[in-house]
Design a binder for this molecule. Structure first.
Ligand SMILES: [Zn+2]
Length: 57
C-alpha cells in the first residue's frame, strides 16, 4: 500500500502532453513577468508582443 504511483504517472503524462504542445505557443510564465518562448526575453504581463524579437502569441 505504500507504493501507489498511479496518480503521479497520470500527472507526468499530463505535463508531458502540454510540453509537446506546438500549435499554440504562448508566453512562458516567470514569476510576475512573462517570457518570450522565442528569444527568452522578459516582459511585463501586459506586453502583447516581444519587443526584442517581435514575437507575439
Ligand atoms: Zn522574443
Amino acid at each position: 500500500m505504500a507504493t501507489a504511483p498511479t496518480g503521479d504517472d497520470i500527472f507526468d503524462e499530463f505535463l508531458t502532453e502540454r510540453g509537446h504542445e506546438t500549435e499554440s505557443v504562448g508566453w512562458q510564465d516567470d514569476y510576475n513577468k512573462k517570457q518570450c518562448p522565442e528569444c527568452g526575453g522578459l516582459h511585463e504581463t501586459s506586453a502583447t508582443e516581444c519587443s526584442v524579437c517581435g514575437w507575439r502569441p
